[in-house]
Ligand binder design. Structure first.
Ligand code: 2AM
Length: 188
């Protein structure tokens, strides 16, 4: 058996509620979308895809090893953006900035550790974000993009990253269900 797995940073509820409010403000603005639920908002660092059961313990152990090498850090959640920036709309992200550079360092070292296990680390260029909504149909993409631009400076808060979470993702008819398999503290 295999488990769909990803590595992520959690975000406090105060920030997540602000994000849910922001996605509500985009309703009736030219696009029909599926908002990500409050409990499912996170920053994905590495999406591993299907991981065989017998590899999971090693994934958790390597994730903990990489997390221990990076000290706690703060990241900012500020502004919404449409993805992709041009062409058919697919998603709305909250932008995440990593002033210390430690998030990028953690992501790269996790990618290396997971590639060493024969798993995918991160194939796309890493742009930290929180996915807020997935667009189903945009009747008026310009109007929707404009509504998102109006939230480009919205400040959702500063998050302290203290632990890395290994999540299992189960795709259910009502939407994905994410379950923490392990948590690893950052820093020694
Ligand atoms: P996203 O936030 O960038 O959309 C769990 O499904 C998480 O893994 C999601 O938050 C999603 O990140 C990421 N994910 C899902 N499928 C993916 C894929 N095929 N490639 C990369 N990341 C994926």
């Amino acid at each position: 058996m295999a488990v769909r797995t990803f590595l992520a940073l959690d975000v406090d509820e105060g920030i997540r509620s602000g994000l849910v409010d922001a996605s509500r403000r985009l309703e009736h603005c030219g696009a029909d979308f599926k908002p990500v639920g409050l409990d499912n908002l996170h920053v994905t660092l590495n999406f591993l895809g299907d991981v065989a059961d017998d590899l999971l313990a090693e994934v958790c152990s390597r994730a903990a090893g990489a997390a221990a090498e990076v000290e706690n850090f703060d990241f900012d959640v500020r502004g919404l953006l449409c993805v992709p920036p041009r062409g058919p709309l697919r998603m709305v992200w909250a932008d995440v900035t990593d002033p210390s550079g430690r998030m990028a360092k953690l992501q790269a070292s996790l990618a290396e550790a997971m590639c060493g296990l024969g798993l995918r680390g991160e194939e796309r260029g890493f742009h930290p974000h929180i996915t807020l909504a997935r667009i189903k149909y945009a009747a008026d993409p310009q109007q929707f993009r404009q509504a998102v631009v109006e939230l480009v400076d919205e400040d959702f808060g500063i998050q302290r990253a203290e632990e890395l979470v290994v999540y299992a993702s189960r795709l259910a008819p009502s939407g994905p269900v994410y379950t923490p398999l392990a948590k690893a503290a950052l820093g020694k």
